[in-house]
Design a protein around this ligand. Sequence first.
Ligand SMILES: [Mg+2]
Length: 376
Amino acid sequence: MFEQKIVRIEQANLLGERPRKAGCNSRLGEHGLYVRPSIVTITTDQGAFGFGASRISQSEAEKVLGKSVGEIFQNDPKRVRDGFRPIEFPIWDLIGQLTSKPVYSLVRSNHDEEFTAPCYDTSLYIDDLHLTDHYEAADLIAQQAQQGMDKGHTAFKIKIGRGAMHMDLSAGMQRDIMVIKAVRQNVGQSATVLLDANNGYNLNLTKTILAETADDKIHWIEEAFHEDNRLYENLKDWMHKHSIQTLVADGEGEASIKLLDWAEAGLIDVVQYDIFSYGFSRWLDLGHKLDGWNVYTAPHHYGGYYGNFASAHLKNGIRNFKFVEWDAATVSGIDDSSYKIQNGHVLVPNRPGFGLILEKSIFHQAVAKNGFSVEL
Ligand SMILES: [Mg+2]
């Protein structure tokens, strides 16, 4: 199998729709109804085929043509080689097809039990800015959490930081608190509640929100403010003094180059580098390192759709993997129906590669419309 050569690469942006329009976070406007994953297929000279998310350009793709599987994939430990990371998800999928194994079995060999990964509903955006009444606003987000529960979720991430930009500071803080309490009340005590401020707070506002919601058992606070070791030290001391167990999560987007040092030092409990920009193979190596530091792994991928599935497979290679971020969407051209959400977990199909099915006629229409196709 390692002698097979890549003879065709095709790319297209597919169109997907979320079940509900996603509103603002603390620093951006509406995220909307649609997702547009860039999907790439690779085909070998013996007709083997893999596909996955990739932003590889046409000229980069041309350089991959003619390479053998052995040149692009290292077998022990299993990793996509450095120069081929821009196309690594299609490669992992191809290796899965060639070996008839799901990617989760490639990253760590499992017995035949059903494979699952814990996940959270990431859809609770700031969707209430049109409402003037805080009670109505809190009720709206609590109803959205209910929709997630009805779909099998038991963990929920709430966007906060309304007072950073969208609302007056004190009104925004008050509404954030009311939203958190309404969601907690709706999802019950056994559910997991996560917060994400997208750097819209400062240290004092972070303490305020954690003090005001101490009874609501916030599992993690994500991007409270731009990461800063002095501020995180202060926050950690304060939380310790007040017996607040909330974890500090950070690292998506333009993270500090010192983020991992601060994670090793115990200031950051959950690292959230993006699954696409950091990459699957690098995440496997990083996850082992984080395991050694007793730091949790929870890759970001919001808006990428494909990350729902890729992150679930990554879980098998990292002991302290915390959650898959679940950004539900239906994408025309990809059949993901073998994945299910049940009792707070992604049920991952025991199928080769990433276990998704590409509907080739729809994909080829999209290639003709907005993509490219290169052949040896
Ligand atoms: Mg975030």
